[in-house]
Design a protein around this ligand. Structure first.
Ligand SMILES: *[C@@H]1O[C@H](CO)[C@@H](O)[C@H](O)[C@H]1NC(C)=O
Length: 398
């Protein structure tokens, strides 16, 4: 016999209340906290204090920035927070054009020391056109102290989805000392000739995923600096831009290893390079291993496959001394499309520490120009080859 006891009404109410609290918690509305969202008033203070209320809530909370244009100076969303936090931008942020308002700031919008954050929506407009004409990065490689649009410093176990970064003054996004951070459905947009506007730079971080995103910018779409570990980049379109890069590595002492990089199912259109690994000559010892590039489409790309251990822009190094960054366990698999220059594949490894266990598998990169068909160049490496390789691998030395 089946008996059913009716659940007392009061218990139902308690369960219902706890579900509501867990799923929504406190909602802090930036406009109700004094933000104007009129595109003129400086809303930095109002938004920052709304963040502080949400962040200090002992139960999960949400900071809502409603529809509107918010003019804001540098802002830091600082944790740790007392409970998981959601930040929902339905409105757009605009950076100051007056560089004096950003003096000595390395980031415009900074998320720092936050755990269990979900960040969504919003356009972050860096208004960078002013900055691009004022710096001389192109000549010197040294950029004046312009701020990065969005910084994630020590952000852990978090998700960032559906945000856009437009016309940043320097890099669009920088991920530093983060763990378990996923960025999806990100849109990045700046002109192809805007200087040093890397899309997303990752350094000293692990468990980072970038997926389903569209990046159009003036420098690398994604770049991975030292200490990038277990990074996955998938279903990203890149171009204009300089491609997806590991490095440059070996410029500084105390650099951490790069290990576990997976780039798959991406499309490159009219980019300077496709996938590239670059290290400086005359470097300290370093490690760069376990890099896998798979199922990539190249459409009119400068050098679709590139390892360059003689990376030396602006003549700032002793190019004769070899790089001591050891590159190993690298695979390029299923890379198809067109090259816009004759050298479609260039694998130039260090004469001091040759690359080890590099695999080329199923490569078809077409180039037909006035100077003939495409070629592939290799030095200080003996790649393993599987499947069709076109242009035939390693027929020339750079
Ligand atoms: C990683 O972060 C997500 C939230 O984005 C969380 O659900 C998951 O449990 C975290 N993973 C680990 C291993 O902490």
């Amino acid at each position: 016999m089946i008996t059913s006891k009716p659940i007392p009404g009061i218990l139902c109410v308690l369960i219902w209340m706890s579900i509501i609290t867990r799923s929504q918690g406190a909602v802090i509305d930036a406009k109700q906290n004094g933000a104007k969202g009129d595109g003129v008033t400086d809303d930095s203070q109002a938004i920052t204090s709304a963040w502080q209320s949400a962040c200090s809530s002992p139960t999960p909370s949400k900071l809502l920035i409603p529809a509107g244009q918010y003019a804001v100076g540098p802002m830091t969303f600082l944790g740790p927070c007392k409970a998981p936090i959601t930040v929902q931008f339905d409105g757009n942020l605009k950076a100051p054009t007056d560089l004096n308002k950003l003096k000595s700031q390395d980031g415009w919008i900074v998320f720092q020391q936050v755990d269990a954050m979900t960040l969504s929506g919003g356009v972050f407009d860096g208004q960078g056109k002013v900055a691009w004409s004022q710096n001389n990065c192109a000549q010197t490689g040294k950029c004046s102290n312009l701020p990065i649009n969005i910084r994630f410093n020590k952000v852990t176990n978090s998700m960032v989805q559906g945000i856009s970064s437009v016309d940043s003054k320097l890099f669009h996004m920088n991920i530093l000392q983060c763990q378990n951070l996923t960025l999806s459905h990100i849109t990045i947009n700046a002109p192809g000739d805007s200087l040093n506007t890397d899309g997303i730079h990752i350094g000293r971080s692990s468990g980072i995923t970038i997926s389903d995103s569209d990046i159009k910018t003036g420098d690398d779409c994604v770049s991975m600096g030292d200490g990038s570990q277990q990074v996955t980049i998938e279903r990203v379109t890149c171009g204009p831009g300089h491609g997806i890069s590991v490095g440059s590595l070996g410029k500084y002492h105390d650099e951490q290893p790069v290990m576990g990089v997976f780039v798959r199912d991406c499309t490159f259109t009219n980019t300077m390079n496709g996938v590239r690994v670059k290290t400086w000559p005359a470097s300290p010892n370093g490690v760069c291993q376990d890099l896998h590039f798979e199922n990539l489409k190249m459409d009119n790309v400068g050098t679709p496959i590139l390892i360059d251990q003689q990376y030396c822009p602006y003549g700032q190094c002793q190019a004769q001394a070899p790089s001591k960054v050891k590159i190993s366990e690298v695979s390029f698999k299923g890379i198809h499309g067109t090259s816009s220059t004759k050298v479609a594949i260039k694998i130039a490894c260090s004469k001091g520490i040759p690359c080890q266990n590099v695999e080329l598998n199923d490569i078809n990169l077409q180039y037909h120009g006035p100077d003939g068909n495409g070629v592939s160049q290799c030095v200080n490496v003996l790649p393993t080859m599987n499947g069709q390789i076109f242009p035939p691998a390693c027929t020339e030395t750079p």
